[in-house]
Ligand binder design. Sequence first.
Ligand code: PLP
Length: 420
Amino acid sequence: MTDRSTSPVWHPFTQHAVQGEMPTIVRGEGAWLEGADGRRIFDAIASWWVVTHGHCHPQIMAAIKAQADRLDQVIFAGFTHPPAEELARLLVDMTPPELSYVFFSDSGSTSVEVGLKMALGYWRHSGEPRRRILALEGAYHGDTIGGMSVGERGIFNAPYEPLLFDVSRLPFPHAGREQDTLAALEKACRDEAVAALIVEPLILGAGGMLIYPPWVLTEMARICAAHGVLLIADEVMTGWGRTGTLFACEQAGVAPDIACYSKGLTGGSLPLAVTLCRAEIFDAHYSQDRRKTFFHSSSYTANPIACAAALANVRIWQSEPVLERTAALAAAQTRGLDRFRDDRRFTNARQIGTIAALDLVVGDAGYLADIGPRLYARFLARGLLLRPLGNTIYLMPPYCSTADEIAAVYDAIGEVAGEV
Ligand SMILES: *Cc1c(COP(=O)(O)O)cnc(C)c1O
C-alpha cells in the first residue's frame, strides 16, 4: 500500500485520499507486468494505451541500448542527428503524401499544442486573421492548457477554466445524428473565421470510447477543405494500428493538414511525439523574416534514444505482419464482446479494430461514479489491469495478446459484473 506516509510521489489522475493498494511493477514482458511481490498482471489497457507490440520488445530494447552507447542527447535547434532524420523520412513515407514535414516533441499533449500553434501561425503569417478553433464535444486532447482548451470542459479542468481559450464545439456524431455534426461544422465555417478543426479520428478515447463512422470523418474533411479550414487529426491514441489500420484517417481516405502521433510511436517504450504537416504550413513560416520562425521547442526535442526506439518500431511495422496481428486481436475482441451482446447487465458493446468497449448498466454512471474504482479493484484482484472510464469497461491490449488471454479477460468481466 502506497500512501502519503510512505511515498512522496504525487501520481497523475490519482486521488490519493481514496487510492487503494498501488502495485509496484518491476518488470514487463509482452502483455504482462510483474510486481515486486512476484504477482503477474495482464496489461489489458497497454499501460494507458501506449504499448503496441508488447512490453520490452527485444528489437526496440536493442535499438535503445545501441543508441545509448552512441549519442544520448543533443540540442535539436541548429543541430540534427541520424535517428531523427531517418525517422522523419520514414514517417513521411508512411503517411499521406500531403504530409511532408515532421516536428518533434515529447508527448501527445505537446504534439497537439504544436498542431494548434502551427495552424494559428499559418494563418497569421499568411496575412489572414483566422483564429477560431473547432472541436468535438466530449473530445480529449491532453492536459496542457491548449489541450484542455480544445478538450471537453468538466471536473478535470474546472479549476483552470480562466486560462482556457474559447473554442466552438460540434456535437458528437452519434448514430443517426451525424448530419447535426456536419451541419454545425458547415455553419461554423460560414459564420466564423475558423483556423482549424481538431478531431480524434473515428473514436473518442478518454471521452468514453465513442465510435463514429469513417464517412463522417470524410465529410468533415470535405467541408473543412471547401472552406480552407485546416483539419488537425489527433491520432495520439488511434495511431499505430489501434483501429485496425496503421492510422485511423486511412479508413476515411482522409489526408489531414496536420497530424499528431505519440502513444505507439516508440512502441510504448519511451516518450516521443511528432506533428506532421503539409508543405503549405511549413512554407508559411519559411521566410527571411525571423519573426515568422516557428517558436516552439522543448529541451528534449527529438531525443536520439527515443528516436532510435521509434525507428525500431517503424522497422517492426515494415518487416512483420503487424496488421495480421491486430486483425487476430480484433477477432478475439469481437468474440469476447459477442458473449455480452444479449446480456442485460451490459449495453453499447462496440469495437473498432483492437479497441473494444461496453457499458455496465448502473444507476449512477459517469467518470466519478464509484463504479469505476470498484471495477478497477476487482479486476486488479484477478490479475488484470483494466481501468474503466466510469461504467465503460474497455480493452486496448498489446498486439501480442493471445486469443486465450483475451477470452480470460472477458471471463473476468462476466464474473465481476455478477459481483458488483
Ligand atoms: C493520450 C492522448 C493525448 C495526450 O497525450 P499525452 O502523451 O498523455 O500527453 C492527446 N490526445 C489523445 C487523443 C490522447 O488519447
